[in-house]
Design a protein around this ligand. Structure first.
Ligand SMILES: *[C@@H]1O[C@H](CO)[C@@H](O)[C@H](O)[C@H]1NC(C)=O
Ligand SMILES: *[C@@H]1O[C@H](CO)[C@@H](O)[C@H](O)[C@H]1NC(C)=O
Ligand SMILES: *[C@@H]1O[C@H](CO)[C@@H](O)[C@H](O)[C@H]1NC(C)=O
Ligand SMILES: *[C@@H]1O[C@H](CO)[C@@H](O)[C@H](O)[C@H]1NC(C)=O
Ligand SMILES: *[C@@H]1O[C@H](CO)[C@@H](O)[C@H](O)[C@H]1NC(C)=O
Ligand SMILES: *[C@@H]1O[C@H](CO)[C@@H](O)[C@H](O)[C@H]1NC(C)=O
Ligand SMILES: *[C@@H]1O[C@H](CO)[C@@H](O)[C@H](O)[C@H]1NC(C)=O
Ligand SMILES: *[C@@H]1O[C@H](CO)[C@@H](O)[C@H](O)[C@H]1NC(C)=O
Ligand SMILES: *[C@@H]1O[C@H](CO)[C@@H](O)[C@H](O)[C@H]1NC(C)=O
Ligand SMILES: *[C@@H]1O[C@H](CO)[C@@H](O)[C@H](O)[C@H]1NC(C)=O
Ligand SMILES: *[C@@H]1O[C@H](CO)[C@@H](O)[C@H](O)[C@H]1NC(C)=O
Ligand SMILES: *[C@@H]1O[C@H](CO)[C@@H](O)[C@H](O)[C@H]1NC(C)=O
Length: 584
C-alpha cells in the first residue's frame, strides 16, 4: 500500500518533469538543489565546488536478491561545505540513480575498522541514492587512527566527533534535501545498513540523528569501544598471566571439538552450534583434554588485520608456522576457558564479557618464533592502537609488549577510556525514544560465533535500552513493546559480519530489503529471513528467532521452534562491577 503510493509519487515526479539522467545530472541542477546557507545548522556550501557527471551502465558490487539488474546509471556528484566559523571543509559524495530506476530512497552504508564507507553505488540496486563523506579529514584516504592525534599529542576531537556520528548525519541530512529537490518529491525513505564499525555507525545515527532515518540495520556493532578494543588484548594477557602460549593448532582443535560436541544440543546435528548458551551450560571444555591434533606446516602471508591502514599496507608479512602434532593438554584448555570466561579484576569482579563458547579463539593465536622454536603471544593491533593513540596519546600503531600487563591493567584501560570517549566513540546512549517517536525501526543482528566482537555485547546494549526505556515493566511486556520498533537477532554459527568456515550456518538473505519492507510495506520481520550457502544444508532457508526466543529443533521437525528458555537468557546476561561506572 505505502510502497505503491511512494512509487506513484516517484512516477508522477518522473512523468511531470520527464527527466532523463542527462537532464538531471548537470552542475547547475545540483547547485540549485544544495540546501541554502544556514538552513542546516552551521553549514555553508561552496557552490563552485560542485561536480556532477553522469555514469552510464556501471556495474556495482551492491546487489539485491530481489533485483537482478547488474548495471546501473547514476549521477556522480560531489560538493564541499564548511561549518561556519570553523574554517573546515567537508566533501560529500552522492550517487543519484537514473530517474527511471529511482524509488524515493536514500541509503547510507556503514564502513569498518576506523573507516567510513567510500562509495556511492551501494543503493542503486534498491533504487536508492547513496552518500558518503570525507568527514573533513579526507576520510576517503585516512582511517581515524591515522588522524586521531594532533602533532603536539593532543586528541583531535574534531576528527573523533566527525567520525563517531556527526559527518554521516550531516551527509544524510544534506543528501535527503538534495534528493527531494532533484526528483521533486516530498518523502525520501532513508535507510542505514552496516556491520562491525559500520554497525556502530548505524547505532550512532539512531542515537544522534533520530529524525533522519526510517530504519537502520546494525550488525555486530563495534560500540562500547572502551571495552571492545581492550578485549582484543585480553587473550594475550591471559597467556602472559598463565605463562603459556598454546600452539594455535591446539586452540583450533578445542574449537572444532566444542562445535562437534555442542552441535546436537539445539536438536539437529548440522555442523552449527545454534545454541551457544546450551553449550556454555552443558559442555565441559576439560573433556577435550587428551584429544590429538595435527596441522601441517604453512607459509602464510598476512595482510594485517589491524584497524590501522598503515599497519595493513606496511605490515603485510609472511610468516612460517611449523607442523603441529600434539595432544590437547590441561594448559591449552585453561587458556580457552579463561578467554571464553571474560575479564575479571584481581578482586574477582567482572569487568567484561568475551566471545561465546564455540567461537574461534582468533585473538589468542600466538606467533611462531623460529629462533626459539616456541610460540609467543600476538598483540592485536585493534587493541594495541587503541591503547597507544587513544588512551596514552602516543603516536605508535601498536603496543610493543604486553609483558607484565595484568588483568587489573586492562580494567584500568577500560576505566580510563570510558569517560574519555563516552560521548563519541562509545556509542551506547540508551535514550533512543526520539528515534522511536519518529517511527524509526532498528534491526540489530550479531553472528553468534563472532570471534571479534562478542555477541553478548549486543545483548547487553539491547537489555540496557529495554530497561532504560521501559522501567518498571515486566520482562515480557518490555520486550513486546520494544519489539514493535527494535528487534534483535542472533545469527546461529555466524562469524564476524559473515558466515563461518567452521560452521555452515545461515546468513540474512537481504537486510536492506528486509528493512525496506518493514518501513514501506509494513512487513514486520517477526523472524529474520536467512539462507544457508554452504555445507550439506546449502540452499536451506531459515527464519531466525527474534531474541529473547531461541531456536530448538524438536521431534523430527525439519524446522526449529523459537522457544523461551530462562536459563539460556540468564547465560547471556551479565553485570559489570569491576568499574564504578555504569557500562551501558
Ligand atoms: C554560502 O557560504 C559560503 C561560505 O561562506 C560562500 O562561499 C557562499 O558564497 C555562500 N553562498 C551563498 C549563496 O550565499
Ligand atoms: C547502456 O546500456 C543500454 C542497454 O544495454 C544501452 O542501450 C545503452 O546504449 C548503454 N549506454 C551507454 C552510454 O553505454
Ligand atoms: C565520481 O566522482 C568522484 C569524485 O569526483 C571521482 O573520484 C570518481 O572517479 C567518479 N566516479 C566515476 C565512476 O566516474
Ligand atoms: C595542540 O594542537 C592543537 C591543534 O593544532 C591545538 O588546537 C591545541 O591548542 C594544541 N595544544 C597545546 C597544549 O598546545
Ligand atoms: C578444524 O576444522 C576445520 C574445518 O572442518 C578443518 O579445516 C581444520 O583442519 C580442523 N582443525 C583441527 C586442528 O582439527
Ligand atoms: C569438567 O571436567 C573436569 C575433568 O574431567 C572435572 O575435573 C571438572 O570438575 C568438570 N567441571 C564441571 C563444571 O563439571
Ligand atoms: C615455506 O617457505 C620456505 C622458504 O621459502 C620453504 O623452504 C618451505 O618449504 C615452505 N614451507 C611450506 C610448508 O610451504
Ligand atoms: C603425530 O605424532 C604421532 C605420535 O608421535 C605419530 O604417530 C603421527 O604419525 C604423527 N602425525 C603426523 C601427521 O606427523
Ligand atoms: C624470537 O626470540 C628471540 C630470542 O628471545 C628474540 O630475540 C626475537 O626478537 C624473537 N623474534 C620475534 C619475531 O619476536
Ligand atoms: C602489532 O599488530 C600487528 C597486527 O595485528 C601484528 O602483526 C604485530 O605483530 C603487532 N606488533 C607487536 C609488537 O606485537
Ligand atoms: C556517559 O554519558 C551518559 C549520558 O550522557 C551519562 O549518563 C554517563 O554518566 C556518562 N558516563 C561516564 C562514565 O562519563
Ligand atoms: C568503587 O566504589 C567503592 C565504594 O565507593 C569503593 O570502595 C571502591 O574502592 C571503588 N572501586 C574502584 C575500582 O574505584
Amino acid at each position: 500500500m505505502r510502497q505503491s503510493f511512494s512509487l506513484a509519487i516517484a512516477a508522477l515526479a518522473t512523468t511531470a518533469k520527464a527527466v532523463s539522467l542527462a537532464d538531471l545530472c548537470t552542475v547547475s541542477n545540483v547547485q540549485a538543489a544544495l540546501p541554502s546557507n544556514g538552513t542546516i545548522a552551521g553549514i555553508s556550501f561552496l557552490s563552485s565546488s560542485v561536480t556532477a557527471t553522469a555514469v552510464y551502465n556501471a556495474s556495482t558490487a551492491g546487489t539485491s536478491s530481489f533485483r537482478k539488474r547488474t548495471t546501473y546509471s547514476y549521477c556522480n556528484v560531489t560538493a564541499t561545505y564548511t561549518h561556519t566559523g570553523q574554517g573546515d571543509s567537508v566533501v560529500v559524495w552522492y550517487g543519484f540513480p537514473d530517474p527511471s530506476i529511482f524509488e524515493s530512497r536514500f541509503l547510507v552504508v556503514g564502513g569498518g575498522g576506523y573507516s567510513l564507507s567510500s562509495g556511492v553505488t551501494g543503493g542503486l540496486a534498491y533504487g536508492a541514492v547513496t552518500g558518503c563523506t570525507d568527514a573533513g579529514y579526507d576520510a576517503f584516504t585516512n582511517s581515524l587512527d591515522e588522524v586521531v592525534l594532533n602533532a603536539n599529542g593532543s586528541l583531535n576531537w574534531y576528527n573523533i566527533e566527525m567520525f563517531s556520528y556527526r559527518a554521516l548525519g550531516e551527509m544524510a541530512v544534506i543528501g535527503k534535501a538534495m534528493t527531494k529537490s532533484l526528483y521533486s518529491i516530498d518523502k525520501v525513505y532513508t535507510y542505514f545498513s552496516g556491520c562491525s564499525d559500520g554497525g556502530r555507525q548505524g547505532m550512532s545515527q539512531v542515537q544522534r540523528w533520530p529524525d533522519v532515518y526510517d530504519a537502520v540495520a546494525a550488525g555486530a556493532p563495534a560500540f562500547r569501544q572502551s571495552h571492545q578494543q581492550i578485549t582484543h588484548l585480553f587473550p594475550a594477557v591471559v597467556e602472559v598471566t598463565q605463562g603459556y602460549v598454546p600452539p594455535p593448532c591446539a586452540l583450533e582443535k578445542i574449537v572444532n571439538s566444542t562445535i562437534a560436541a555442542c552441535d546436537p544440543l539445539d536438536g539437529r546435528t548440522d555442523g552449527v552450534v545454534s545454541r551457544t548458551d546450551l553449550c556454555q551450560l552443558n559442555f565441559n571444555l576439560s573433556s577435550i583434554i587428551g584429544e590429538s591434533y595435527y596441522c601441517s606446516a604453512e607459509n602464510s602471508t598476512s595482510l594485517g588485520f589491524g584497524f590501522s591502514k598503515r599497519a595493513q599496507t606496511s605490515g603485510s608479512s609472511s610468516s612460517y608456522t611449523p607442523a603441529q602434532n600434539g595432544t590437547v593438554n590441561a594448559q591449552d584448555v585453561e587458556i580457552a576457558k579463561t578467554v571464553y570466561g571474560g575479564l575479571f579484576n584481581s578482586d574477582g569482579e567482572r569487568a567484561y564479557i568475551a566471545w561465546q563458547i564455540a567461537s574461534e579463539l582468533s585473538d589468542a593465536e600466538g606467533t611462531y618464533n623460529s629462533t626459539t622454536g616456541s610460540w609467543t603471544y600476538t598483540i592485536e593491533s585493534t587493541g594495541g592502537v587503541f591503547v597507544t593513540k587513544f588512551i596514552e596519546q602516543i603516536d605508535e600503531d601498536n603496543l610493543s609488549t604486553l609483558d607484565g600487563v595484568t588483568y587489573d591493567d586492562l580494567v584500568d584501560f577500560m576505566a580510563t577510556a570510558l569517560p574519555k570517549f563516552n560521548t563519541t566513540l562509545q556509542t551506547t546512549y540508551l535514550n533512543i525514544s526520539e528515534f522511536q517517536a519518529n517511527g524509526g525501526k532498528l534491526l540489530h543482528y550479531h553472528g553468534e560465533s563472532d570471534p571479534s566482537i562478542p555477541a553478548a555485547s549486543s545483548v547487553h546494549y539491547l537489555d540496557a535500552v529495554r530497561t532504560f526505556m521501559y522501567p518498571g515493566e515486566s520482562y515480557n511486556a518490555s520486550f513486546a513493546a520494544l519489539s514493535d520498533w527494535y528487534k534483535f537477532f542472533l545469527i546461529p554459527g555466524a562469524a564476524h559480519c559473515g558466515t563461518n568456515t567452521l560452521q555452515p550456518g545461515p546468513w540474512p538473505t537481504d537486510l536492506v530489503q528486509t528493512i525496506i519492507d518493514w518501513v514501506e510495506n509494513a512487513v514486520e520481520p517477526t523472524t529474520l529471513a536467512s539462507t544457508i550457502s554452504s555445507g550439506t544444508n546449502a540452499g536451506e532457508t531459515q527464519n531466525l528467532c527474534e531474541w529473547p526466543l531461541r531456536p530448538l529443533w524438536q521431534g523430527n521437525s525439519s524446522t526449529f521452534d523459537c522457544v523461551y528458555d530462562q536459563a539460556s537468557i540468564d547465560a547471556w546476561t551479565y553485570t559489570f562491577t569491576a568499574i564504578n561506572e555504569t557500562v551501558n
